[in-house]
Design a binder for this molecule. Structure first.
Ligand SMILES: [Zn+2]
Ligand SMILES: [Zn+2]
Length: 258
């Protein structure tokens, strides 16, 4: 069974055909989908999807891109949504200095606040970090006592050294999506340095569409392409990758308790 640790079926790109996308996912063997949120409205929509579809779960949170438009009481509203039994984590949260859509101080403020909230609620964290690893390190180090519920770095794009470092310090999980199919086949993969009990598959759909469908809308139905590339990079079979990532997603999001 395929499991998508980080999707956005709550994105407007799926408004018109979510039913057929969902059926397509089932037909392609996708058994678990975790939809991540980026603001209040997307958190509410992710909850609605989780109530409607059996194998969907969700996270709530304010993405660094959206910090700038967040309202004062949004975090309180998210705390209420997070009490739903299919809410499995807080995220995606973090820092994005590639686009800098929100001022950096504001990004850092929301990041620190949401680490504290997730800890209060005993929820794991889903992190989005881009070109901001140094500041992220400082914030994570400062909050290390608040990271005991698990940390997932989605769409990791840092170095191999840092991946090892984060694992050693914070026990991080890593989810990989279409981006791993962009690399040339002979390039050494960051996957190889990550402990196998920390690897997850993700789509980040509608973004990050894997080769050979780049430019089209991504959906969890294409997750098999990422699985195949992960299997190839790690010298495993497709079934081994599915089993491994299934066990890991269950453990990270504590799905057995839901
Ligand atoms: Zn992200
Ligand atoms: Zn995302």
């Amino acid at each position: 069974m395929l499991s998508d640790a980080h999707a956005h079926l709550n994105d407007k790109a799926f408004d018109n055909d979510i039913m057929s996308v969902y059926e397509d996912c089932l037909n392609k063997g996708v058994g678990i989908i975790v939809n991540s949120a980026w603001d209040r409205a997307s958190s509410e929509k992710a909850l609605e999807l989780a109530e409607k579809y059996d194998n969907m779960y969700f996270t709530v949170g304010i993405h660094p891109h959206n910090a700038i438009e967040a309202k004062e009481n949004d975090l309180y509203a998210l705390i209420e949504l997070s009490r739903h039994n299919k809410c499995v984590a807080w995220g995606e949260v973090g820092l994005d200095y590639h686009y800098d859509f929100s001022p950096r101080d504001m990004q850092k403020g929301f990041f620190g606040d949401q680490i504290a909230i997730a800890n209060e609620l005993s929820l794991p964290l889903v992190l989005h970090l881009r070109e901001a690893y140094q500041d992220a390190n400082e914030i994570l180090d400062k909050n290390i006592d608040k990271l005991n519920n698990g940390v997932l770095l989605h769409c990791y794009s840092g170095s191999m050294e840092l991946a090892r470092d984060y694992y050693n310090k914070f026990g991080c999980y890593y989810s990989f999506g279409g981006a791993i199919t962009f690399n040339k086949n002979n390039k050494k993969s960051v996957l190889e340095v990550i402990s196998k009990d920390r690897l997850l598959l993700e789509t980040d759909c509608p973004y990050m569409t894997p080769v050979p469908f780049r430019g089209e809308r991504n959906t969890p139905a294409l997750l098999g392409l990422v699985r195949d590339r992960m299997a190839c990079d790690l010298g495993l079979t497709a079934v081994e990758v599915e089993n491994l990532t299934y066990q890991n997603i269950q453990r990270f999001y504590r799905l057995g308790e839901k």
